[in-house]
Ligand binder design. Structure first.
Ligand SMILES: [Zn+2]
Length: 270
C-alpha cells in the first residue's frame, strides 16, 4: 500500500498536479479569529465601492488528521479580546476586534496548544500571524520567500527559534494528499493557500488573502497594496484551476457573509 501511495505521489509530482490519495482528515473547524471594520472597501477593489465601508471576518481553521492537529492561520492577537471596543490602526483606520481568544476556543474543544503539532500561515500580515507564538513547539510551514521577507523596520517576521519548514512551492503536509499547501504568491511574496480533502465535504480550498471577498474573487480584482499584481492574478487562476479539477469549494477567509453561513464549533466539517 505504501508503495502505491508513493507511486501515486510520484506520478502526481511528474504531472505537476496535486496528490489525490486517501484522506486522513476527519474534522475541519472554522474558528472565529477576529473581526475587521474598514471604512473604504476600495482599498481591496481599486475604483470600486470607493468610500463604502465593509465588515470582514478573520478566521482560523483547525484540522484534525490521524497524525495530529494542524492549524491554518492564527488570526488577530488574543490580547485584543481584552478590549471590548477593539483597537484602531492609526495607519489604515481599521478597527480590529476579537470576541474570544484562540486559546479559549481550542480549550472549548478540548485541544491544548501543545496538541497542535503543525501549523501554517497564509502570510505574515498581522491578522494572520497574531498567535503563532502560542504554539512554540508546532512545526511552522511557511514559504521561504515569506520567511525571508523582512518587516518594514528590517526585523525578522518570526522568532528564529520557532521550528520551521521553509517551502519553495506546494507541500503535501501529511503525505496523503489530504492537506496540501498551495503556493499562491502575489498578496505577499510567499503567500500560500490550503487544500483540504474531506471525506464527506470534498475538497475545500482555504483562500488566505488570495481574494478578500466574493466580489473581488468573481471579478479578479487585485487590491492596491498587494506585493505583485501579476502574481496575484496568476495565483487566482491557479486556485480556479484546482477548484475546477477537484470540484472544490473556495472558502474566502475575510468574506463575512460566507463565514456567517458556515458551521461553527462544536460543529465541524467532515
Ligand atoms: Zn488578511
Amino acid at each position: 500500500m505504501r508503495t502505491i501511495v508513493i507511486a501515486i505521489a510520484a506520478a502526481a509530482a511528474v504531472c505537476g498536479s496535486l496528490p489525490a490519495a486517501a484522506a486522513g482528515v476527519d474534522k475541519l473547524y472554522v474558528l472565529d479569529c477576529g473581526h475587521i471594520s474598514a471604512t473604504d472597501q476600495s482599498r481591496w477593489s481599486p475604483g470600486v465601492n470607493v468610500g463604502v465601508p465593509i465588515e470582514l471576518s478573520d478566521n482560523c481553521y483547525l484540522i484534525h488528521h490521524a497524525q495530529g492537529w494542524f492549524l491554518w492561520d492564527t488570526g488577530l492577537p488574543d490580547a485584543l479580546a481584552a478590549l471590548p471596543d477593539g483597537a484602531k490602526d492609526p495607519n489604515t483606520g481599521f478597527v480590529t476586534k476579537r470576541a474570544k481568544t484562540l486559546a479559549s476556543e481550542l480549550d472549548a474543544l478540548g485541544v491544548k496548544a501543545s496538541d497542535v503539532k503543525a501549523m501554517a500561515i497564509s502570510h505574515t500580515h498581522p491578522d494572520h500571524v497574531g498567535n503563532v507564538e502560542e504554539f512554540p513547539q508546532a512545526m511552522l510551514y511557511v514559504q521561504k520567500a515569506e520567511y525571508d521577507w523582512p518587516n518594514a523596520n528590517g526585523t525578522p517576521r518570526f522568532k528564529p527559534e520557532h521550528p520551521v519548514t521553509k517551502l519553495e512551492g506546494d507541500h503535501d503536509v501529511f503525505g496523503d494528499g489530504s492537506v496540501v499547501i498551495i503556493s499562491t504568491p502575489g498578496h505577499t511574496p510567499g503567500h500560500q493557500s490550503l487544500l483540504v480533502r474531506l471525506p464527506k465535504t470534498g475538497v475545500v480550498v482555504l483562500s488566505g488573502d488570495a481574494a478578500h471577498f466574493k466580489a473581488n474573487w468573481d471579478n479578479r480584482r487585485v487590491p492596491g497594496p498587494n506585493f505583485n499584481k501579476e502574481q496575484t492574478l496568476a495565483s487566482m487562476q491557479r486556485i480556479a484551476d484546482v477548484l475546477a479539477k477537484e470540484h472544490g469549494q473556495l472558502w474566502i477567509n475575510h468574506d463575512q457573509p460566507q463565514t456567517d453561513a458556515q458551521k461553527k464549533p462544536p460543529d465541524y466539517y467532515d
